[in-house]
Design a protein around this ligand. Structure first.
Ligand code: NAD
Length: 268
């Protein structure tokens, strides 16, 4: 008997899908049978990302929708597009996020950077959760298609809300702490509707976001010291964990701070 794909028939949205963790997760979602809505503020790049998904997985279904997650109407439009095209929403991966590459400590952080970081990393996740709940509440169980009730929402936090970062990134760290706290509460509030919420907490991952930040050998080495495996992670290593959290394999996993950090927060 052929192995069942883990996201067969599920409809998934990925925000920040044009690059890094979001792009790899879109590919893994398609590989596992999901119909994928790729969304990003960068319209040209997200269009290319959707084309890459379709090229790699010719029998998959994927569309691109431009949206800035800090604007509620645009997030609502992404969810509407998913439901209009594919009929339902099962998985919401609230992944879009920014980290300002300049030193960002208590003294030097600029208010406009602080506000922008919270608008995208915190408010953007809230909007994604809100509109996912509104759509997922309408889901009906179809066990013969492998569809349970509710859905799975995965919000991207970071290891930096578990341990202090030696390279300053204060606005970012504060925003990711808010994501963790918000996700736990949502997991409790919506548990009996069958909607699960988990935080993904990546360690340092080789993506443009991290490499733009660790832009000197000193900063890079300062971060690498804390990596027990002696390397940064790959985006695909996050994506494979997101597939687990999105799938029914994780049906009793709810409200977790899901660490995918190569052991970083276990390091003394
Ligand atoms: P990335 O820069 O490669 O990708 C981020 C994507 O988000 C980009 O395509 C960008 O265009 C998009 N984006 C930015 N602002 C947006 C907005 N307002 N609306 C919609 N899309 C927007 O970065 P990444 O490393 O893949 O980051 C993905 C997530 O993982 C982020 O939330 C980040 O904070 C988190 N994270 C990354 C690391 C790491 O080391 N790379 C570690 C922990 C957490």
């Amino acid at each position: 008997m052929a192995a069942r794909l883990r996201l067969q028939n599920k409809v998934a949205i990925v925000t920040g899908a044009a690059s890094g963790i979001g792009l790899e997760t879109s590919l893994q979602f398609a590989a596992e049978g999901a119909r994928v809505v790729l969304s990003d503020v960068n319209e040209a790049a997200v269009q290319k990302a959707a084309e890459l998904v379709l090229k790699n997985f010719p029998t998959s279904e994927a569309i691109a929708v431009k949206a800035d997650v800090s604007k509620e109407a645009e997030v609502a439009a992404v969810v509407d597009a998913a439901v209009a095209k594919f009929g339902r929403l099962d998985v919401m991966f609230n992944n879009a996020g920014i980290m300002h590459p300049a030193d960002d400590d208590a003294v030097n952080t600029e208010e406009k950077i602080w506000d922008l970081t919270q608008a995208i990393n915190v408010k953007g996740v809230w909007y994604g959760c809100k509109h996912a709940v509104l759509a997922m509440r309408k889901n009906k169980a179809e066990p013969e298609k492998g569809l349970g009730i509710g859905g799975s929402v995965i919000n991207v936090a970071s290891f930096v809300c578990k341990v202090g970062a030696a390279t300053p990134q204060l606005a970012y760290t504060a925003s990711k702490g808010a994501v963790l706290a918000m996700t736990r509460e949502l997991a409790m509030v919506h548990a009996r509707e069958g909607i699960r919420f988990n935080s993904l907490c990546p360690g340092p991952i080789k993506t443009p976001l991290l490499m733009d930040f660790l832009n000197t050998p000193e900063k890079l080495n300062r971060r690498m010291i804390h990596c027990p495996m002696g390397r940064f992670g790959e985006a695909v290593e996050q994506a494979k964990s997101v597939v687990f959290l999105a799938s029914d394999d994780s049906s009793f996993v709810n409200g977790t701070d899901f660490m995918v950090d190569g052991g970083l927060i276990a390091c003394y």
